[in-house]
Design a protein around this ligand. Structure first.
Ligand code: GDP
Ligand code: IMO
Ligand code: MG
Length: 441
């Protein structure tokens, strides 16, 4: 433990890649898990000893009682949701004594949720398909310097004064732009004061804690939320979230510098999914997409919406390798692909002029002229969910993984064959590198 690496776990696609499973899996080698961005738009599932847990704000490392779990300053916290999540865990016998919240994190309040809904309605046919959790309006307030931070939220007089001022301004928009009924600041204060009392004991200065652990080889897992293609700057804008899911977000959302990060593990499914609107070149709108959705239970953890499903897109994965500085990949859901006669991998796009495009084009969202170029590989029919070593996988599944690795250009550290902790195949050599600190020489 004295020389454990600081590892970023980042979604390599459009979210829901099974980041939660990997965070929980790796947490036992760390002293700390820090969630660095997003809010309760996230749903991170961990299945431990046959029991399923769904985390929205609490880091997925919380099932390890010996490590500290921190909600970083880059996260936006809906206080009511967090209080319920804490209560839910306590009721299931999970200790939250090791949970800390950054005092600098911003809070989501009712006007954020309302404006999320009203803005989406206003977008009409070009709606983003947000989770409706108030995420965009909360990050917008932060950028616009209207936001209320947790340190203010837990201080009753400060909170009351801030809410009154902000609600007065928001009501102008709610009434005059959208023609809706105004919100009542006093009602919000009354409803949220008990949440503030409940959360106050968890508030902390987290940057020094993270720095201490990260700089002394104690091992920090930086838990990403959402995915690379949902990044506000680097994703498929405007069909993105409002935060920085990419690995760089780990620095912004926790207060450590990039030199303290030793490795970045991108998490991807063996196929692609997306919730909400926006471009999806390899989407399958036929029975093959339905097959993946049903076998993979591809329905949103947070909203229950059916996820759009399609073939693996390595143009997107190569983009994720580059913008995250990915050192290794974790490839999952191989069990879902069982039963298909053939599987396809998108290796490049072709533009309207017929040229091959290997790198993600910046006009992908606005230019409908790109079509995926596929390589077809033989599928497999064997049940892979009990495989615990690569040798136990059928030859066609092994060939599929090898091809993905070659197309992405980074080693595959882990293969996942089911939701359970134990349904994980490690490459010991790659994992050793992932978990070893990089020496500065
Ligand atoms: P996250 O948001 O990236 O943490 O991912 P989600 O939890 O939203 O979605 C991943 C889903 O797939 C969860 O229901 C997991 O329990 C499940 N899961 C994780 N790994 C595997 C796998 O290898 N195979 C299958 N079939 N399901 C998996
Ligand atoms: P995890 O962490 C998948 C998507 C929404 C929508 C867009 C913007 O579980 O992988 P927002 O509510 O953030 O303003 O919505 O982003 N989205 C996610 N999709 N997994 C997530 O989180 C997501 N968080 C947001 O569906 O398309
Ligand atoms: Mg999810």
């Amino acid at each position: 433990m004295a020389n454990s690496a600081n590892v970023v776990i980042v979604g390599a696609q459009w979210g829901d890649e099974a980041k939660g499973k990997l965070v929980d899996f790796l947490a036992c080698n760390a002293s700390m898990v820090v969630r660095y961005g997003g809010g309760n738009n996230a749903g991170h599932t961990v299945t431990a000893n046959g029991i399923e847990y769904k985390f929205h704000l609490i880091p997925a490392g919380i099932l390890n009682p010996d490590i500290l779990c921190i909600v970083g300053s880059g996260v936006v916290i809906d206080p009511g949701v967090l209080v319920k999540e804490i209560e839910g865990l306590v009721n299931r016998g999970v200790s939250v004594a090791n949970l800390k919240l950054s005092s600098a994190a911003h809070v989501i309040l009712p006007y954020h949720r309302l404006l999320d809904e009203l803005e989406e309605r206003g977008r009409g046919a070009s709606k983003i398909g947000t989770t409706g959790r108030g995420i965009g309006p909360a990050y917008a307030d932060k950028s616009n310097r209207y936001g209320i931070r947790l340190s203010e939220f837990v201080c009753p007089e400060v909170f009351a004064a801030r809410v009154r001022a902000v609600v007065a301004e928001k009501n102008l928009i709610i009434e005059k732009v959208y023609g809706e009924a105004p919100l009542d600041a006093d009602q919000i204060i009354a409803e949220y004061t008990p949440y503030a009392e409940a959360l106050k004991p968890f508030c902390s200065e987290i940057a020094p804690l993270v720095y201490d652990a990260a700089s002394h080889g104690k091992g920090v897992i930086f838990e990403g939320a959402q995915g690379t293609l949902l990044d506000i700057d680097l994703g498929t804008y405007p069909y993105v979230t409002s935060s920085h899911p990419i690995a760089g977000g780990a620095c912004l959302g926790t207060g450590i510098g990039p030199t303290l990060i030793d490795s970045v593990v991108g998490v991807a499914k063996g196929y692609t999914t997306r919730v909400g609107s926006g471009v999806f070149p390899t989407e399958l709108l036929d029975e093959r997409g339905d097959y993946i959705r049903e076998r993979g239970h591809e329905y949103g953890t947070t909203t229950g919406r059916p996820r759009r499903c399609g073939w693996l897109d390595t143009v997107i994965l190569r983009f994720a390798v580059k913008v995250n500085g990915m050192t290794a990949l974790s490839l999952g859901h191989l069990d879902v692909l069982t039963g298909m006669n053939e599987v396809q991998i998108c290796v490049a796009y072709r533009n309207a002029e017929g040229e091959l495009i290997n790198d993600l084009p910046s006009d992908l969202v606005t230019n409908a002229g790109y079509t995926p170029v596929y390589e077809t590989l033989p599928g497999w029919h064997e049940d892979v969910s009990n495989a615990r070593t690569a040798e136990e996988l059928p030859a066609n599944a092994r060939a599929y993984v090898a091809r993905v690795q070659a197309l992405c250009g980074v080693p595959i550290a882990a293969i996942s064959v089911g939701p359970g902790r134990e349904q994980t195949i490690l490459d010991a050599e790659v994992m050793q590198k992932v978990q070893t600190r990089r020496q500065w020489v």
